[in-house]
Design a protein around this ligand. Structure first.
Ligand code: SF4
Ligand code: SF4
Length: 172
């Protein structure tokens, strides 16, 4: 069976066109104004820490198993939902001064530091470009795994709609 014939659950991720159809991706006019969260959850499972942790009630879920949606007017870009999501499926996205920015969870080594060069990967794991770690990274506490919240900068702002993982290629 080809990748195109699989559904999101079988594939492990949503394709961009599916996310656009569901209204998951924030439009350019919003990400050019501020950094906002988006949820690329695949499974409808009983889970809600994202909605509980959000201090401004920006994440809505119709019921415990429903997929969450983000109210971008309310979202402050605080990153708490990225740090807490056990599914590693919440990201923040923004475009500023012609550059793209994506904030994501990161649980691998080496530990990320500001200034490190990274390979940028899309939802399927394909390398789509290079970028730098730019924003303060912090380690989420209280989980079984060390989890950092990492923001990467990319020269092509359109890539912020594709990049959902990184590989550190230059250590500091
Ligand atoms: S980034 Fe902060 S404000 Fe925005 S949805 Fe996540 S927890 Fe809420
Ligand atoms: S915390 Fe993550 S996995 Fe759980 S409902 Fe929210 S987005 Fe989905």
């Amino acid at each position: 069976m080809s990748n195109d014939e699989l559904n999101a659950l079988q594939r492990g991720y949503h394709k961009r066109e599916e996310l656009e159809e569901f209204g998951v991706l924030p439009p350019e006019e919003i990400v050019k104004q501020k950094r906002v969260a988006l949820i690329e959850c695949v499974e409808e499972i009983p889970c809600n820490p994202c909605a509980v942790v959000c201090r401004v009630d920006a994440i809505q879920k119709e019921d415990l198993c429903a997929l969450g949606t983000v109210d971008w007017d309310k979202c402050t870009g605080c990153t708490l939902c990225v740090a807490v999501c056990p599914g590693l499926c919440i990201y923040l996205q923004s475009i500023k001064d012609g550059k793209g920015y994506v904030t994501m969870p990161y649980e691998l080594l080496p530990a990320p530091k500001v200034g490190m060069k990274v390979q940028l990967m899309d939802r399927s794991g394909a390398v789509v470009g290079e970028g730098n770690i730019v924003m303060p990274t912090y380690q989420a506490k209280g989980d079984a795994y060390p989890r950092w919240v990492v923001t990467v900068e990319m020269n092509d702002p359109a890539l912020s709609y594709e990049v959902r993982a990184i590989k550190i290629v230059e250590e500091k």
